[in-house]
Design a protein around this ligand. Sequence first.
Ligand code: NAD
Ligand code: ZN
Length: 385
Amino acid sequence: MDAVVYKGPHEVAVEEVDEPTIEHPNDVLIDITTTCICGSDLHMYEGRTAAEPGIVFGHENMGIVSEVGEAVSSLEVGDRVVAPFNVACGHCENCENGKTGFCTNVNPGFAGGAYGYVAMGPYTGGQAEKLRIPYADFNALQLPKGDDHEDAFSLLADVFPTGWHGIELANFEPGDSVAVYGAGPVGLMAAYSAKIRGAADIYVVDRVPSRLALAEEHCDATTINFEEGDPVEQIKAAHGGGVDCGVDAVGYQAVDAEREGGSAYDPARENPAVVINNLIRTVKPTGELGIPGLYVPEDPGAPDDMAAQGRIGIDFGLLFEKGQALGTGQCNVKEYNRQLRDLIIEGRADPSWLVSHRVGLEEAPEMYEAFDNREEGVTKVLLEP
Ligand code: NAD
Ligand code: ZN
């Protein structure tokens, strides 16, 4: 079958790979109908991780069940499902407590598993014609048959729940004011979640005009272009004492506007914590910070510079002085995606405006390049094998 294969920094190709098979009685196979490109794929694509050439990408997958393992009880051939990017067993202590991003069974030695991701276990990605879903009764969320809401449902695999998780991590309450750094798919879904849940004021920071325009149009956000001056000062000019809570939906590849040319991640750079430090200044004393943006985990194989090892310079003294709390980590997609699916079915949420492109799998190389360059108008790319 065809799949999107990582070839090396800034290069993917659509190539023939082996089809998955049922490996365990709890597995199902699906024929992929939609699989998305994610900002998290870019960490591997840009060569910042230990991902080896040959890995098949794709952790945001939906499709139709084509084969069912003999121990699977809730799924049948023909069912339409979306799979959380996390692979989780469903019965370890973390899974039972809803912390499905931190399953202790699927990927021993590391917290949690995912499809098509370096260090996240042996689960091949779904940017392909077919995918194996392990622990399928737990990891496949059923969708209504047909093709209604195909774009919106595909976002249930990751970015809609991850945006929702971002404001959960920040302990968001209705009536709060919130600042979201990053208007990529995750940040836009955090701002949209805040809108749905009754935020008083929403500020969204980025520098890509088309992304800021989406935040204004669909999230009722006040938009802040960080290239037009210190974003913290811009938010404070509108919102005196600081906002109630904030979200880092950028991560360690944050562009540092203070640096020459405002360039993105550079392994030699001393401190990628630009956004976290801005958030500490943006949020009021005793406010909370949600950090779904990814900072690389410790990796013995990576170069020993700070950023490559995920060591970052947080202004902890200021965090302490302001008595702020912060939450971070992989989204526990399973914890949210059933309720978010139902909001979509009931017409109470429709995140499909996020989708800018739906293209054939063979267009993956061009779309990776365009998404990686944060080209104007390229927000969320869906691949259709
Ligand atoms: P993205 O790269 O498309 O979006 C990031 C946005 O941040 C871009 O629009 C960029 O212009 C903007 N940006 C860069 N520097 C900035 C700065 N200094 N201030 C404000 N904005 C800045 O990626 P995405 O798909 O939206 O993902 C965002 C982050 O979330 C990534 O790090 C990704 O790995 C992570 N992620 C985490 C989880 C999780 O479970 N925690 C899930 C999915 C994605
Ligand atoms: Zn993703």
